[in-house]
Design a protein around this ligand. Structure first.
Ligand code: PMP
Length: 302
């Protein structure tokens, strides 16, 4: 079956899409993007689109901060997103939406050409029912501070910093890197936020530190506050504090919830339970249950 993608609002076979290798998006990573999950719900014959408005809002904010011009607003972005979800296969998918600077070949990083909107999906089965575990190491690559580049912007070029850290972790035999900021606070993973538990206290990284303001962590945080069983704090974590936590999680749209069970060769929470992992995964499952359903294509749509 032909896999469709959306280019400036038009459904096109993905294989027919091409842009210049000399475009600003290819040469400089000059784009902003979002990754959303559409969970297939067979009983509803449709996809549950989790946190869609929050992702679209962050896309618009990233574009504004990076000075990317484009003709889209919340409403048109949502229309285009739904149009693609409708032609997605009946399985869990991640949707990638990118506002990219293409223009004429050879546009430089200082171009003010209008962005194109590309949307695609790819298969990514949810693993919310599993307690996933990884090992991590703290990277010698730091998250750049606000005086250098805003990490709250979800742009392609920002991920070069994650790549250096990831390559280093892999070469040292760890699954994932953890990144520190210039003040030696542990701020986030390469593509996920950090959530830690010590007894009944849960710690989230404050948004003014150099991190992406994650939609997944925000949902876990508000669920934890609402449930009343935890004391929920937003404060920077130091590495020694992390080593003695009962649980350290990496959370994000694609990662969902992953337990970090080893950091820098130290076992994390070896005598503790996985109550925060269980809680976070349940909170996300509930968000999926209450998300709007996008029904697949019916005969009437054709
Ligand atoms: N930090 C980074 C660097 C990320 O790439 C992601 C994934 N988007 C996250 C955190 C988690 O953000 P979210 O929960 O919105 O997906």
């Amino acid at each position: 079956m032909t896999k469709l993608a959306l280019w400036d609002g038009e459904l096109i076979p993905e294989e027919d899409l091409s842009i210049s290798p000399f475009s600003a998006t290819a040469a400089y990573g000059l784009n902003v993007f979002e990754g959303l999950r559409a969970y297939w719900r067979p009983e509803m014959s449709g996809h549950a689109l989790a946190f869609a408005e929050l992702h679209l809002q962050r896309l618009l904010e990233s574009a504004k901060i990076l000075g990317i011009q484009h003709p889209y607003g919340m409403r048109s972005l949502k229309e285009h997103l739904l149009a693609l979800v409708k032609v997605a296969p009946p399985e869990d998918v991640v949707i990638r939406m990118t506002l990219m600077l293409v223009g004429s070949p050879g546009e430089s990083w200082n171009t003010d050409v209008e962005a194109n909107l590309a949307i695609r999906f790819f298969s990514s089965p949810s693993r919310l029912s599993e307690r996933r575990q990884v090992s991590a190491m703290t990277s010698s690559w730091r998250r750049p501070g606000l005086s250098a580049i805003p990490m709250s912007v979800k742009s392609g070029a920002n991920y070069l910093n994650s790549r250096y850290a990831f390559l280093q972790a892999r070469s040292c035999g760890a699954d994932m890197p953890l990144l520190l900021d210039d003040n030696s606070y542990v701020v986030e993973g390469a593509g996920a936020n950090l959530v830690c538990r010590k007894d009944r206290e849960i710690y989230f990284c404050p948004p003014e530190l150099p991190v992406l303001r994650g939609i997944t962590q925000d949902h876990i945080r508000s669920s934890a506050i609402a449930c009343g069983n935890y004391s929920v704090l937003q404060r920077p974590m130091t590495l020694p504090e992390l080593y003695i936590c009962d649980e350290v999680l990496l959370v994000g749209t694609t990662a969902e919830v992953v337990s970090v069970v080893e950091i820098d060769g130290r076992r994390i929470g070896e005598h503790a339970d996985a109550s925060l992992s269980d809680f976070a995964r349940q909170a996300l499952r509930e968000a999926v249950q209450s998300s709007n359903i996008v029904a697949g294509r019916t005969k009437d749509d054709v």
